[in-house]
Design a protein around this ligand. Sequence first.
Ligand SMILES: Nc1ncnc2c1ncn2[C@@H]1O[C@H](COP(=O)(O)OP(=O)(O)O)[C@@H](O)[C@H]1O
Ligand SMILES: [Mg+2]
Length: 207
Amino acid sequence: MKGKFVTIEGCEGVGKSTQLRLLKEYCETHGINAMFTREPGGCVISEKIRGVILDPQNADMSDMTELLLYCAARSQHTETVIKPALENGVTVFCDRYSDSTAAYQGYARGIDAITVEALNRAAMCGVKIDCTVFIDVPPDKGFERKGGAKQTDRLECETLEFHRKVYEGFKAIIEKEPERFLRFKADGTKYETHAQIVEALSSRGVF
Ligand SMILES: Nc1ncnc2c1ncn2[C@@H]1O[C@H](COP(=O)(O)OP(=O)(O)O)[C@@H](O)[C@H]1O
Ligand SMILES: [Mg+2]
């Protein structure tokens, strides 16, 4: 692939969207050809699937259905948006990606790792992540930052115990593949974290 693929991961309210906004401004200022997208979503079909996944009225959705919907959304988004951009040399930044599926549907919901990994691999359509920015803030603090869970988001409305499992899941994923991750404690201002992220991405050859 000609372009670099960077994903941003972490629990709810840790500052992923905030950092992506700052990175977008940085890319615009520095004339970097970058695309910013998100999961679940990022294209028409996948945004519709996002609506089904996050709808709080779908409280009886089974864990396997949830996993398959995330992967369905990912495969459409990857094949039609991410892959063509990377082939054209565009740097792609994605708000959440396969590690969120491994942490939420694997570690927190408890679906076995072999199934999650196989579906994630299929949904990634041969694309490889160059590096992943992990914003390392525990869920208690994340929810405090954002002033509580958004009532329109089925996953956010899960228990704090669930979100703690997600956080432990992310840390286990990083241990398995430490070289892919750039980890930030994000305990300073959003601008301080932004500066650290830019420096780390530069050292990885993304900028
Ligand atoms: N470094 C920071 N320190 C304190 N609050 C922050 C910081 N970064 C972001 N925030 C605030 O935390 C809240 C959640 O941030 P957001 O970017 O929406 O998180 P996410 O996309 O990870 O859910 C927002 O109100 C945001 O302004
Ligand atoms: Mg966000």
